[in-house]
Design a protein around this ligand. Structure first.
Ligand SMILES: [Zn+2]
Length: 64
């Protein structure tokens, strides 16, 4: 019974891919949508101070 090396490593690759999915998902969710603080995601709609009240990060004022 001679299995090729890549086939023996297949479960490892599968585990790697399964672990990769939530990592990519987390990284994608770090990009907050417009109208939210780029640092903490606080909802800045209607905020005209140009600064996040939650964490103090300078943020562009509401443009909608
Ligand atoms: Zn913030």
């Amino acid at each position: 019974m001679h299995l090729p090396a890549w086939l023996l490593l297949a479960p490892l690759w599968l585990a790697f891919l399964v672990a990769l999915v939530p990592i990519i998902w987390l990284l994608r969710n770090r990009n907050h949508p417009p109208g939210r603080c780029p640092a903490c995601g606080y909802d800045l709609r209607g905020n005209l101070s140009g600064r996040c009240p939650e964490c103090g990060t300078p943020a562009p004022p509401d443009q909608s």
